[in-house]
Each structure stands twice: as structure tokens, then as C-alpha cells.
Ligand binder design. Structure first.
Ligand SMILES: [Zn+2]
Length: 314
């Protein structure tokens, strides 16, 4: 799968995935925008996940922010990655969360997992895909709505009394997230980005809710983790929301604020930071791309040698 903007960085990447990963990080800042009502909460809880955070680094003010927990993002994106593999290679071993991981496929090589194997004892792969919590840019009270629901009697299909309330994140809510790949191959990075951009269903309920549009805000190559999702969220809040009467959030101005904030500070030294224009071009190239069977087969071969190294304790 050719992605020109990344192919020109091919020197930076390791050739094959390795358990003793060198300190090479690709950090991706992602804008996750809801296109519908969404339920982001812990199972069996009617409350949206939230936490008190500083509004910005300038203001001496604490606000509550809605969250998409890292574990939720990871589970949804991993399922989508497996789905892509199944579509292209239906003959591959079954692999699904959470108890049937194959630990042979490219998705397992990147996301990790544990499995008891006949003759080999327990095989365990550490995840090289590191997720951070996603934070809403705006305060909780601006992005979450309590909705009253009625119970429907299944026999009569008539609506009964109002049963209660639940909290939902409103459409057009902007969350900032950071995902870091530790020592990925070039193919692994392409695969993650391609899959992530095509993942659309997040949240606690599977039907009709939680449609999200993902957009890339930045891509940084470095020898350590350089920035946090919270810091980036605070920078964006400071530039676009604080002291503004009617703050307007769009992809364009969030992209601008991302590159003016923390990214401007790390744009030197040993880091390579893609520019705004490069980020836009990269996303266009990824959205037009399509993994081929041959390309996925090569990733399987790399995953197999990775597995061998782990089994041999290298
Ligand atoms: Zn697998």
C-alpha cells in the first residue's frame, strides 16, 4: 500500500517488528468528533465518563471534561483492524476479542495479547499501540445532555411511564486523543492509520449511536513520548475557547491551534513533526488507499517472525 508521504520517511522505521523495541515513537494526535448522540460510559452506568481538569495552562480554573476512555478506543479500533484482515484474507485463523486472539496476525503483533499454547506454555505479546484518554475540548455541561427515556411494553408495544434519564454526548462534540505506536514498521503505521480513519462506531451502545469521524491533527516521529492528549486539549481550549464569547470549533481551526501549541515547541531537536499541509495530504492519501492481499500477506510473514522471536525469548 503506497502512501507517498510516509514512504519518503522509510529510513526512520525498523524493518521487522521486534520484542526488544528500540526507542522509536510515532505519536498521532487525533480529532474525534461525534456525528450523532453517543454513550461513553462504563458498562451498566448511566453516567458519562468525566474528570475535572485545568481548563488551560493559563487560566486558574478547573472544568469537568467528558472522556472516551483509552480502553474503549482500543477495543473498537482493534475490532475494526481484525475486520479488515477478515475481509481481505477470509482463510486466516479466527482472531477476536476477547478470548479468541490468535497471536499470529498483524493485529495481534501490534495490539498484543496473552494465550496459552499447546507445547509452548503461555505466549504473551506486549501492546505497541499506546492509547491515551480522549478529552472533550469544551466543558462537560456544554457537551452532555440528559435524555429521558420511556420503557416500551413488549407485549402491547405501548410506551409506559418515563423510566429515567441517561446522559449522552451531543452530536458535533470534539474530543482530542493521542495514540502512540512504539517501534512500528512502516506497514504497521500505515495499517493503523488506514484502519483508524475508517473506524466509525464507538461508545457503549452498538446500534444507532456513537458515530464518530476521526481526523488526523498531527504526526510526530521521536525517541520519546512528546506530548499528552490533555496538554493538547488545554492548548486548543486556550486558543479557541477561553475569553471568546461564541467559540466556534472546526477541523481547520483545531488543526491550526494544534500546530501553534505544544507542537511548535517540539518541532526541533530529534523530532520530526509533519506540517499542517503534510497532515492534510497524508489523510487524503490514506483515505484513497486500499490494502491489497499481497500487502497483508507480507504483514503476516513479519508477524510470524515476530512470534518466533518471542517464543525463542529473543
Ligand atoms: Zn490475531
Amino acid at each position: 500500500m503506497k502512501i507517498e508521504l510516509l514512504d519518503q520517511e522509510s529510513e526512520w522505521f525498523i524493518d521487522k517488528p521486534t520484542p526488544l523495541a528500540p526507542a522509536k515513537y510515532v505519536s498521532i494526535a487525533i480529532l474525534r468528533r461525534t456525528l450523532d448522540y453517543a454513550a461513553f460510559r462504563t458498562e451498566a452506568d448511566k453516567y458519562t465518563n468525566s474528570v475535572a481538569t485545568p481548563a488551560s495552562k493559563k487560566a486558574n480554573k478547573i472544568i469537568d471534561r467528558a472522556l472516551i476512555l483509552a480502553s474503549k478506543q482500543k477495543a473498537v479500533e482493534r475490532r475494526h483492524e481484525s475486520q479488515i484482515i477478515r475481509d481481505i484474507m477470509p482463510e486466516a485463523d479466527e482472531c477476536y476479542l476477547k478470548d479468541e486472539l490468535c497471536l499470529k496476525c498483524p493485529v495481534c503483533a501490534l495490539n498484543g495479547g496473552i494465550k496459552a499454547e499447546k507445547g509452548a506454555g503461555e505466549i504473551s505479546i506486549k501492546s505497541r499501540l499506546l492509547y491515551q484518554t480522549a478529552f472533550s475540548i469544551l466543558p462537560f455541561e456544554d457537551v452532555v445532555e440528559s435524555i429521558t427515556f420511556n420503557a416500551v411494553n413488549e407485549k402491547t408495544t405501548k410506551t409506559g411511564q418515563a423510566l429515567g434519564e441517561r446522559e449522552l454526548v451531543k452530536p458535533d462534540t470534539h474530543f482530542i486523543s493521542v495514540v502512540t505506536l512504539l517501534a512500528p514498521t512502516l506497514d504497521e503505521l500505515k495499517f493503523y492509520l488506514y484502519s483508524m480513519l475508517n473506524t466509525t462506531r464507538y461508545g457503549a451502545e452498538t446500534r444507532g449511536m456513537g458515530v464518530i469521524e476521526n481526523k488526523i491533527l498531527s504526526l510526530v516521529f521521536s525517541d520519546s513520548e512528546q506530548f499528552s492528549a490533555l496538554r493538547l486539549t488545554m492548548d486548543i481550549y486556550e486558543e479557541l475557547v477561553e475569553e471568546k464569547e461564541n467559540p466556534i470549533l472546526t477541523y481547520d481551526n483545531i488543526l491550526e491551534a494544534t500546530h501553534n501549541g505544544i507542537l511548535a515547541m517540539i518541532r526541533d531537536g530529534n523530532n520530526k513533526v509533519l506540517s499542517k499541509d503534510e497532515v492534510i495530504a497524508l489523510e487524503q492519501q490514506l483515505r484513497k488507499a486500499k490494502p491489497t492481499k499481497k500487502w497483508i500477506e507480507k504483514m503476516y510473514t513479519d508477524a510470524a517472525s515476530f512470534r518466533e522471536k518471542i517464543l525463542n525469548g529473543k
